[in-house]
Design a protein around this ligand. Sequence first.
Ligand SMILES: Cc1cc2nc3c(=O)[nH]c(=O)nc-3n(C[C@H](O)[C@H](O)[C@H](O)COP(=O)(O)O)c2cc1C
Length: 180
Amino acid sequence: MLLDIIKNRVSPVIFDKKELTEEQITTLLEAARWAPSCYNEQPWRFFVIKGDKDIRQKVMNTLFGTNPIMVANAPLLLVTVAKRKLDMTGEVNAYSWHDVGLAMGQLGLQATSMGLVLHQMGGFDHARVKDILKLDENLDVISVTAIGYKGQEADIHESLLAKAAKPRSRRALDEIVTYL
Ligand SMILES: Cc1cc2nc3c(=O)[nH]c(=O)nc-3n(C[C@H](O)[C@H](O)[C@H](O)COP(=O)(O)O)c2cc1C
């Protein structure tokens, strides 16, 4: 059942250094690409940071708190970007971030189904990443996501042990749903 994959997806605090294949990466991006979007504008843009060590280090340097330690081993960083204005009218697209989130949701489930893991991060300096990637005004940086294989529990950095031990939880349905 798809719900099993949804519940099994987890944001790990340790990655393995194992590389992803080109085919795996393409499959993940395909899952994202087929997401629905407002007016089918497909406002998502993806920057795959894998081979360019200089860019990778620059982006790593923008991460806040324990994020750089957490994703240090991850073989791939994906920067998600949203096109701010609609191609159709030039107006601001009120759903651009929503739609990028949908695409990332699909990518996350595809990754889980392939035995891969990802950790999305909003904790980074957005302006610096925008600068590093030389993005114009019409493009918003949304997240930096580490993707790869889950690492060994024994290798978890001490600053992340408490986070790793915390049980995953969600609000109960009756807290978030209103039936009318
Ligand atoms: C947009 C977004 C930003 C996030 N930013 C961070 C972050 O900066 N650092 C971090 O450790 N986790 C980050 N997370 C991961 C969440 O904390 C995590 O998804 C949540 O605790 C639920 O855990 P789960 O993904 O294992 O179910 C982010 C998740 C999303 C979707």
